[in-house]
Write a protein that binds this ligand. Structure first.
Ligand code: ARG
Length: 555
């Protein structure tokens, strides 16, 4: 049950919605609160007076046990017995579907994420887009939306001409087949270091051959592409990431002309230094380049075609682009151009921008050649996870498998825990700490709850009419917040809300675990505590799974 909605509906005031019901900073005051300041204008009365009047008109029931007016706030106390019954039984009933809803029924959300570049390193800089996009995918799905995950491959451009040229000169089939993406990337890097004018000209010719449908050039290109995709798909599997479409930039080759024609027809194209542009000066932006003076299309041209295609194909309710904030201008430009073209759906395009990830030792930049491959970050985390879990519990069985789940969780959670727009420094020790705000801590708590349940060997039955004490109540209240958290995470495109929720719930549960006996209790108290443990175990697993993280049964 969503208490905010319940309270808002019970108040029945036109200007008040569930979102206006807040959580007081300290639960002594109440479990929920309505600040009455916003209403002062509407009712032309002071917030204090409004709170007082609302209090007098409010009738408590089996769900809300007490209401108080304090300094312009209306504070609600929830009936603890009823709350515990409601929340725990709902979780026991829904299991892994806890927090799911049908709010997105009939709506499609496209998510453009990870969007790798063929033949280029899949590096630490791709971590955020991959895991934020992957989490949003699962979150929207949980809320009943149809989700289309799109990997908008960077598979277009002159670099592929260079690559073919380098391969012809220095490469051989066997080495590339065996070396995969690393081998092709090495060829590309070598081209950039060593190519002379003659090779540059050859590379342009190879690019032209790809474009004109030449068989050999296209076979080579497709081969490079499949080597890259085979490689990244292995990483996606580990990270629990899936895509419904790999339509990349090249896919739009024949879909740009209609967009260009439409721009022309709507008088939006201007010629500037021989290039075709859309002037965005009135909107405080540099022009959006559509065709270069040599007639070549650009990244933006393909994105205009892609957005148009997605609307036509999926009729999306929202189309998200999970791309670093460095591309803010690019997305502002293409969204504006589509708006100027009169596309009413331009307002449904959202750039979900995120900050940079760097490693503690400062390594990260591609240009400086200090590339950190994501694969290596993952292996290192898994390796360290093995050491960390062994230290904690050397007798643990299946350590390899558990280390894999813990290590991968740490990579994902490390990138998801902070507000997405923040730049983060990735620290192996921090993300693998049992004590910190980490996935390891959440997973460990999950395993702890599981162990209690296993030891009890008892069927879970929630005793009716049980009055939880304060520590138990805190766990119950946190459990109740999950559905709203999932909703907020989708609305704000912010998976970190779920990561933070998981840590909060784990902390509350651990306080309960330390302060309250469970297995040595008897009767209703034992039954209630086991039910609470089971509900927490479920909610923690749900939270982790929405982020793409597994929960080992033992740790
Ligand atoms: N491949 C691009 C890059 O690595 C990201 C593509 C993002 N998606 C898009 N539709 N522009 O920068």
């Amino acid at each position: 049950m969503n208490y905010r909605i319940y309270i808002a509906e019970k108040l029945n005031i036109t200007d008040i919605a569930a979102g206006d019901i807040a959580l007081p900073p300290n639960s002594e005051m109440g479990d929920y609160a309505l600040p009455c300041f916003k209403l002062a204008k509407v009712f032309r009365k002071s917030p204090v007076q409004i709170a007082e009047e609302l209090k007098n008109g409010f009738v408590c029931d089996s769900i809300i046990s007490e209401v108080n007016a304090v300094n312009g706030y209306l504070n609600f106390k929830i009936n603890k017995v009823g709350l515990a019954q409601n929340v725990i039984s709902e979780i026991l009933k829904s299991g892994e579907n806890y927090g799911s809803s049908e709010e997105g029924k009939g709506k499609t959300v496209c998510i453009d994420y990870s969007s790798v570049n063929i033949a280029k390193p899949f590096h630490i800089g791709h971590l955020s887009t991959t895991v934020i996009g992957g989490a949003l995918y699962k979150i929207f799905n949980h809320l009943g939306y149809k989700v289309v995950g799109i990997n908008h491959l960077g598979d277009y451009g002159t670099q592929f001409g260079k690559l073919i040229c380098a391969y012809k000169k220095w490469g051989n089939k066997e080495d590339v087949q065996n070396g995969g993406i690393h081998a092709i990337n090495a060829l590309y890097v070598r081209f950039n270091e060593e190519a002379d004018e003659k090779m540059e000209a050859e590379a342009r010719e190879y690019f032209r051959l790809i474009e004109s449908g030449d068989k050999e050039a296209n076979e080579l290109f497709e081969w490079f592409k499949s080597l890259t995709l085979d490689y990244v798909k292995k990483i996606y599997d580990k990270l629990n990431i899936t895509f419904d479409s790999y339509a990349g930039e090249r896919f739009y080759t024949d879909k740009m002309q209609p967009v260009i024609d439409e721009l022309k027809q709507k008088n939006l194209l201007k010629i500037s230094d021989g290039a075709q542009i859309v002037d965005l000066e009135p909107y405080g932006m540099p022009p959006c380049l559509i065709l270069r003076s040599d007639g070549a299309s650009l990244y933006a041209t393909r994105d205009l075609a892609a957005a148009t295609y997605r609307k036509k194909t999926y009729d999306f309710y929202k189309c998200l682009y999970v791309v670093a904030y460095q591309q803010n201008l690019h997305f502002n430009q293409i969204f504006k151009v589509l708006e100027l073209m009169g596309k009413p759906w331009a307002k449904d395009l959202v750039h979900v921008a995120y900050g940079m990830v760097s490693l503690e030792d400062g390594a990260m930049s591609t240009r400086k050649g200090k590339v950190v491959w994501l694969e290596d970050v993952i292996s290192k985390c898994v390796e360290k996870a093995y050491a960390v879990i062994t230290e904690k519990n050397s007798a643990l069985e299946n350590k390899d498998k558990i280390a894999e789940t813990v290590g991968l969780g740490a990579v994902i959670f490390g990138a998801l825990y902070n507000n997405k727009i923040k730049d983060i420094t990735f620290s192996y020790d921090k993300v693998l700490s049992f004590e910190g705000e980490t996935s390891v801590y959440v997973q460990y708590t999950c395993a702890r709850a599981n162990s209690v349940l296993e030891k009890s060997g008892q069927k879970i039955q929630l005793p009716p009419e049980y009055m939880p004490d304060n520590v138990e109540s805190e766990v119950v209240k946190t459990l109740a917040l999950f559905p709203q958290t999932v909703h907020d995470a989708a609305e704000k495109y912010e998976p970190s809300l779920i990561a933070r929720y998981a840590v909060d719930l784990a902390q509350k549960f651990n306080k309960f675990y330390i302060e309250c006996k469970i297995l040595t209790e008897t009767g209703d108290t034992k039954d209630f505590r086991l039910a609470l443990t089971k509900a927490t175990h479920t909610a923690l697993k749900c939270s982790l799974s929405l982020l793409g993280i597994g929960a080992p049964e033992k740790m």
